[in-house]
Write a protein that binds this ligand. Sequence first.
Ligand SMILES: Cc1cc2nc3c(=O)[nH]c(=O)nc-3n(C[C@H](O)[C@H](O)[C@H](O)COP(=O)(O)O)c2cc1C
Length: 319
Amino acid sequence: MNRICEMLEIEVPIIEGGLAYVGNGLLAAAVSNGGGFGQVGSAGRSPESFEREILIAKESTNNSFGVNIPISQHTDYTPYLEIIKKYKNIITAVSVGAGNPKDLIPFIKDNGLKALVLTSTALHSEKAEKLGADIIVCEGFEAGGSNGPSELTTFTLIPQVKRAVSVPIVAAGGIVNGRSMVAAMVLGAEGVQLGTRFVATKECEAHDHFKAAILEAQDDSTTILTRLVKGPIRVLKNEYSQHVQEEERKNPTLEHILPKVRGTFNKLAMFEGDIKGGYASCGQVASLIDELESAETIVKRIAQEARSLLATNFQLSNN
Ligand SMILES: Cc1cc2nc3c(=O)[nH]c(=O)nc-3n(C[C@H](O)[C@H](O)[C@H](O)COP(=O)(O)O)c2cc1C
């Protein structure tokens, strides 16, 4: 039995990562209907919208799903915790990241839910395990959105985290199909988390312009913002990202750069469709995404691809 499947009450260990602004209930339900684990995002959402999307997810699937709380993206996350408490019998797990999970893990576990903690180094994974994390989601530098400052790639991160902790680990960053899923699992992950792939789906409420930009992306279409001032964010290259990078070169201070990467500019590109006037979080795998499909189909196909690849007899020598 796969430990992730057991803990999250799912069929295949494929998780939809929290998606700021565009992690809606229908998408979470579609991922769960495919046998994976969908999550309703809270970043960029009012508590009312967060609650509404949880209820939409519940109406749209009988399968298990969860929610995501990126700590530092909320000035006050207490109202979201109240909602989690109210719906603790509907959701299975809460994933937390972008901040110290010390206070949130006991809250999650006291409510009978599983705690998934996002990390980007082996040391932080060890700390999260000591704090009571049930699952470590280690995310490499390939990933869309906020990245860890250590900039470790998924390929090097997974085995180091695997060596550091005994709770099951989920790999995130750069995973898009059965091939990358199997690679992550061979490296030591027991499950995978995808973000960018699930944005380019029929159910995701991202703007069509953002989805189209993902479909058109090449292997070098992403870049890093705010590396020097507040930690890296991986986004699509566009006029706005170029502008922010020029400003960072001129004046690399938080006061100068923070107003330029406020959530409103993220929302503008990803949700409102002004794909040139704001910045859109996007992972390096975008170039491997060529079609807008249902998230349910994607989960089923990745699982199928992974199963057949695992049955492949890889040749290590010529005899
Ligand atoms: C558009 C977008 C928004 C994201 N927002 C969040 C978020 O609110 N919370 C979070 O924990 N991670 C967030 N992430 C990271 C994803 O949950 C996931 O870990 C990551 O996308 C995995 O890498 P990939 O993009 O290569 O699939 C976001 C990623 C993207 C692409």
